[in-house]
Design a protein around this ligand. Structure first.
Ligand code: ATP
Ligand code: MG
Ligand code: FE
Length: 332
């Protein structure tokens, strides 16, 4: 089967092609316009998707050396995400499928982040636990099968990616700040400053308190030294990253114990974080876990993960009709 997949849930316009379960193209157009605003502006994102979608489709077909007449299905992200952004991808997928008389496959973006682990070897075996950490979500998911997943823990307020991005904003770093914090953290001392761990029950998370305590800490330091941020940027970043990673993995340890599962995966944009990857690798040794860390290109938003999810739905002939519409909030 040859499946073309479209991802447009946030600010990446991406198209991928999956040929019999192998990804043969994964084109991603990033939107840089939002850097000037300190966050994604939905109206602008939607407009840039409209400009990008046709050239990105064309490039994917070229990369995969596929003619559109050879396609067997069109997969797309239905949600969750920004409605205006999703609309561009969903509308395009529908018209494309209608014009070429192809079946349509609807994909949940959060399932796809997890299913990115089935693109390359080694692939996890079921059941496994996945920590999905992205710009809008922080979830511990019990993955029983490709589309049989259960959220066993999640954030009660901010997502881990938001914690990174909002901290970066406090530190005057441009959006999205996660990757920049990671970069500075590599040069700093993770134990230089201490930020408290939230006391949340069960397997849930909370990150809004951390952001506030970082803000108050910085403001207080700046009363004595106005250059505190500039002079201590690496140490602040290393300490913040250390705190976030510690909070994230503590609950994963708890979940692993509770469910008696030692196959642990991470997914989503924050799974690109070098501190998280290193600490998970260390825990694998310590606790005899088998860990799955995605390739960098499959951490943040990409259509390859939509394509692989689409492929597994194609095998089940799980199609949707032309009456499908995007959902900004979508049931897991
Ligand atoms: P969602 O998937 O929840 O709808 P999203 O699609 O916007 O949200 P992703 O593209 O999966 O999120 O991830 C983007 C997030 O990942 C941003 O918050 C970004 O700062 C963060 N991120 C990316 N790379 C890193 C890194 N190296 N360290 C920390 N955070 C990172
Ligand atoms: Mg993005
Ligand atoms: Fe995402």
């Amino acid at each position: 089967s040859v499946i073309l997949a479209i991802e447009s849930s946030c600010d990446e316009t991406s198209v991928a092609i999956c040929n019999n379960g192998k990804i043969t193209a994964n084109v991603i157009a990033n939107q840089t316009i939002h850097e000037n605003y300190g966050g994604v502006i939905p109206e602008l994102a939607s407009r840039v998707h409209q400009q990008n979608i046709v050239p990105v489709i064309q490039q994917a077909l070229i990369d995969a050396k596929v003619n559109k007449k050879e396609l067997d299905a069109v997969a797309f992200t239905r949600g969750p995400g920004l409605l205006g952004s999703l609309l561009v991808g969903v509308s395009f997928a529908k018209s494309f499928a209608l014009a070429l008389d192809l079946p349509l496959i609807s994909v949940n973006h959060m399932h796809a982040h997890i299913l990115a682990h089935f693109i390359d070897d080694p692939k996890p075996s079921f059941p496994f636990l996945c920590l999905t950490v992205s710009g809008g979500h922080t979830q511990i998911v019990l993955v029983k099968d490709y589309f049989d997943m259960e959220i066993v823990g999640e954030t009660l307020d901010d997502a881990a990616g938001e914690a990174f991005d909002k901290t970066a904003k406090i530190l005057n770093l441009p959006y999205p700040g996660g990757p920049l914090i990671d970069k500075h953290a590599k040069l700093g001392n993770p134990l230089a400053f201490k930020f408290g761990e939230p006391q949340i029950k069960d397997l849930n998370y909370s990150f809004s308190g951390l952001k506030t305590s970082i803000l108050y800490f910085i403001r207080k330091q700046e009363l004595e030294n106005p250059d505190f941020i500039i002079e201590n940027l690496d140490d602040i970043c290393a300490s913040v990253q250390h705190s976030i990673v510690y909070i994230l993995l503590n609950k994963v340890k708890k979940a692993a114990k509770q469910y008696g599962i030692k196959d642990i995966a991470i997914a989503g944009g924050v799974s690109a974080n070098s501190g998280l990857r290193a600490e998970l690798t260390r825990l694998a040794e310590e606790l005899d876990w088998k860990v799955y860390i995605p390739a960098f290109e499959y951490c943040t938003d990409n259509a390859a993960m939509i394509a692989i999810a689409g492929y597994h739905k194609y095998l089940k002939k799980d199609f949707v009709g032309q009456d499908v519409s995007p959902m900004s909030r979508m049931e897991f």
